[in-house]
Design a protein around this ligand. Structure first.
Ligand SMILES: [Zn+2]
Length: 163
């Protein structure tokens, strides 16, 4: 099943991508980044990307408040630097349900949501658009624009040329 994004579309702005990156808190100078950082202001809704069970809620000095949701199909999502939790360990959650609010807890250089995905025990890049549902609204807008061009704009231009 396709995932939904963990934040509202307007906050789907990747500040820091997946993979090796310069460590903002060295040493070491480079560090594997097991997720992506999304530019979410403090208090933004955080949604479960897929239905599942909250398996872990905790706090560490680096991640701050964090939550792990297990989605059965060998998929696990992780949310860190949270502001608050909307649920407890053991709770089942539906896809798109608000499970937390974003914050600035832990070791950060500013408010953001750290979002990680682990598939079959390996971290994968959560920014791959193919993981998410088809954006029907975007496709419809594209078709509507194409239709308008063929139906109205081209005939208009041809009419102009003919006259
Ligand atoms: Zn991060």
């Amino acid at each position: 099943m396709a995932l939904v994004k963990p934040v509202d579309e307007e906050f789907w702005k990747i500040n820091s991508g997946f993979g090796n990156r310069r460590n903002p808190f060295p040493p070491p100078p480079f560090k594997m980044h097991n997720g992506i950082d999304l530019a979410t202001p403090i208090g933004s809704n955080v949604y479960a990307v897929e239905s599942g069970t909250i398996t872990k809620i905790g706090i560490t000095p680096s991640s701050g408040l964090y939550m792990i949701v297990d989605h059965d199909n060998n998929l696990e999502s992780r949310y860190a630097h949270l502001g608050s939790f909307k649920g407890s360990e053991g709770d089942t959650v539906n896809q798109g349900q608000i499970i937390a609010t974003s914050g600035n807890s832990g070791n950060t250089t500013g408010a953001h949501l750290h979002y990680g995905l682990r598939k079959n025990g390996r971290f994968v890049d959560p920014s791959q658009e193919s993981l998410y549902g088809v954006n029907y609204r975007r496709i419809f807008t594209g078709f509507a624009a194409a239709f308008a061009i063929y139906k109205y704009i081209i005939p208009y231009l041809e009419e102009k040329r003919a006259s």
